[in-house]
Design a binder for this molecule. Structure first.
Ligand code: PLP
Length: 405
């Protein structure tokens, strides 16, 4: 009989954060080896637990939360999101503009699906959070990457963005605060992006899932607060700021020139209906999270656990010869550069694989984030300081051996 092949729609779809190197790590773990994981932003897995009030809320609500809800979600948590938009200065948002999802991921996927036809282009950052490149491809669209500039602290290169706009460009994606670089975009950069979107009639997809994970007293501006005449879809959720990624709870807000997007919004509503609704206990946790004690502030404040881990990882990595790092201003990641003269890496997936095999440290290679060159990797600074010290010590040893090869 004919072998069963996967759909050709998957041709350009990849997600290396859970790719072949992770498969090897799993196999090593099954054999009883202990691996230090710097590969994934699975916050609670590192002992950074959700606020207790969210856990208690999930437990208390469970018996009453067995039914489906409205496809966009329950009224009260959507109202809480409306209030959050008000706090962030996003104007004109009503409950009708808020969609709750099984994490932001589901909403990102169906918002691209509802928009794109074959040949439509979407501008996506490079490096990116790879879900965007994958879902644009899966939706039949074409991902076009604009460069973020390491020299300017990984800010989007607006000239490159502008140069890549064609008559087929429908939307642009920004991830702010950024995964994998930890960049936080200043208002003047956001205004430049809004201006490009305005001139070319592009929808702005704004991923703001790390908007409260900010260091050094920084503040975050929602790009959707900067204009009312551009269409924005803003994504957020409980996974990171509230350390609840397993509860699969996120939201999407449509704002700005909604009249222009009337037909698109019908498409969004249709796709929301087709998947019935987001999980009900996760929806119910949103109100408690947004209205409760914002314990993330304690973790990111000077001396807080995340701030200490960021500082340590930065200090240790930058002490390794030929490694440079832009210090993250936000989120949970850094994206170190390996000087290609010292580390001429032909295949960075093989590099990650060799590091895992030799030193039992798991990272994700830069090309996994649609970065074109084999000269970066991503580190998640969620492990505690002992594990980070051990892991980065092993990376240093591996790189020392690499240089002497
Ligand atoms: N967006 C970004 C930038 C992320 O880094 C992640 C997860 O790492 C997600 C979205 C996924 O969020 P969720 O857990 O809400 O699906």
């Amino acid at each position: 009989m004919k072998p069963i092949a996967k759909s050709s729609k998957l041709e350009n779809v990849g997600y290396d954060i859970r790719g072949p190197v992770l498969d090897k790590a799993r196999q090593m773990e099954d054999e009883g080896q202990k691996i230090i994981k710097l590969n994934i932003g699975n916050v609670a897995a590192f002992g950074l637990m959700p606020p207790d009030e969210i856990i208690q809320d999930m437990i208390r609500n469970l018996p009453e939360a067995a039914g489906y809800t409205d496809s966009k979600g329950l009224f009260a948590p959507r109202k809480a999101v409306v209030h959050y938009c008000q706090e962030k200065g996003i104007k004109g948002v009503t409950v009708d503009d808020v969609y709750l999802g099984n994490g932001a991921s589901e909403l990102i996927a169906f918002s691209m699906n509802a928009l794109l036809d074959a040949g439509d282009e979407v501008l996506i950052p490079s490096p990116d959070y790879p879900l965007y490149t994958a879902v644009v491809s899966l939706s039949g669209g074409t991902p076009v990457h604009y460069r973020c500039d390491e020299g300017s602290g990984w800010l989007p290169d607006l000239d490159d963005m502008r140069a890549k706009i064609t008559p087929h460009t429908k939307a642009l994606v920004i991830i702010n605060p950024n995964n994998p670089t930890g960049a936080l975009y200043p208002d003047e950069v956001l205004r430049g992006i809004v201006e490009l979107a305005r001139q070319h009639g592009l929808i702005v997809f704004a991923d703001e899932i790390y908007d409260k994970t900010l260091y050094d007293g920084a503040t975050h501006t929602s790009i959707a607060s900067l204009a009312e005449d551009v269409v924005f879809l803003t994504f957020n959720g409980l996974s990171k700021n509230y350390r609840s990624c397993g509860y699969r709870s996120g939201w999407m807000v449509v704002s700005g020139d909604k009249k222009r997007a009337k037909d698109y919004i019908e498409g969004l509503n249709m796709l929301a209906s087709m998947r019935l609704c987001a999980n009900t206990p996760g929806q119910l946790a949103i109100q408690t999270a947004l209205g409760g004690y914002q314990s993330i502030k304690d973790l990111v404040a000077p001396g807080g656990r995340l701030a200490r881990q960021r500082d340590l990882a930065y200090d240790l990595l930058t002490q390794i010869p030929g490694v440079s790092v832009v210090k993250p201003k936000a989120a949970l990641y850094m994206f170190p550069r390996l000087d290609p003269k010292m580390y001429p890496i032909a295949d960075d997936q093989q590099f990650a694989y060799d590091l895992l095999a030799q030193e039992k440290v798991l990272i994700v290679q830069g090309t996994g984030f649609n970065w074109p060159d084999h000269d970066h990797f991503r580190v998640v600074f969620l492990p505690n300081t002992d594990d980070l010290t051990e892991a980065i010590g092993r990376i240093a040893r591996f790189l020392d051996g690499y240089r002497k090869r």
